[in-house]
Design a protein around this ligand. Sequence first.
Ligand code: TPP
Ligand code: SF4
Ligand code: MG
Length: 227
Amino acid sequence: MVDPSSQKILLKFLKNNMTINFRSNITPTWCPGCHNFLVFAALQKNLTDLSINRDNLVINYDIGCAANMADFLNTYGAHTLHGRSIAVAMGEKIANPKLTVIVIGGDGGIYGEGLNHLVTATRSNINIKVFVSNNFLYSLTTGQTSPTTPFGAHTKSTPNGNINVPIDPVKLLKTVNPKIFVKSVDCKDIPSLNQTIKEALEFEGFALVDMIQECVAFGKQLKTVQK
Ligand SMILES: Cc1ncc(C[n+]2csc(CCOP(=O)(O)OP(=O)(O)O)c2C)c(N)n1
Ligand code: SF4
Ligand SMILES: [Mg+2]
């Protein structure tokens, strides 16, 4: 969990030190301590450090807590439908290959509803960048199981324990196409989070960063796993 005082310092830093400001004037509405604050800071840092031209930048947002970043970043973009953000992003990149095209979403949207689009993008190695806040739950809707929820976990939608085995996105996508960039990183490891986002943005092809998070509001139920 990010303690509220570090969060305040981060937000102050973002406000005062960004040479290119990707922030909107809307205050983030995530729960205090949500790891999406770390993703938000790391993305802005890298977009700034890499001097990404905002005129050629499009960010597509899925649905869920992470994707609410649509309100907090000030770039061209689309807040799409649940699971359809990658399909929209692929269309944009095909229509205008000069664009830097990014997707931001959660494990529910990207690995669940959107898995077909994710596999298609991986097969084609299309040059789009996908950042997934993987909190092992559908959090915006208060904590149902997602494709990464551990087997046996008692959640709001699995009161008797999750009967499904979780998917491992890195292994799955590497099997589909070993040429793509795909890495898991813990959001609390800020240097690795920054470095991995940088590597993904610089990669010439399809890149996905699986950003492991603990949802401070609904994540506790995942600790109820029974083997
Ligand atoms: C097609 C569709 N089905 C269901 C919903 C309801 N819904 C909104 S957010 C959400 C869960 C999002 O989970 P995830 O993608 O993991 O994002 P998180 O909130 O965990 O960041 C769901 C099911 C929706 N908006 N659209
Ligand atoms: S419900 Fe969880 S993922 Fe959503 S804002 Fe709160 S802590 Fe973050
Ligand atoms: Mg989620």
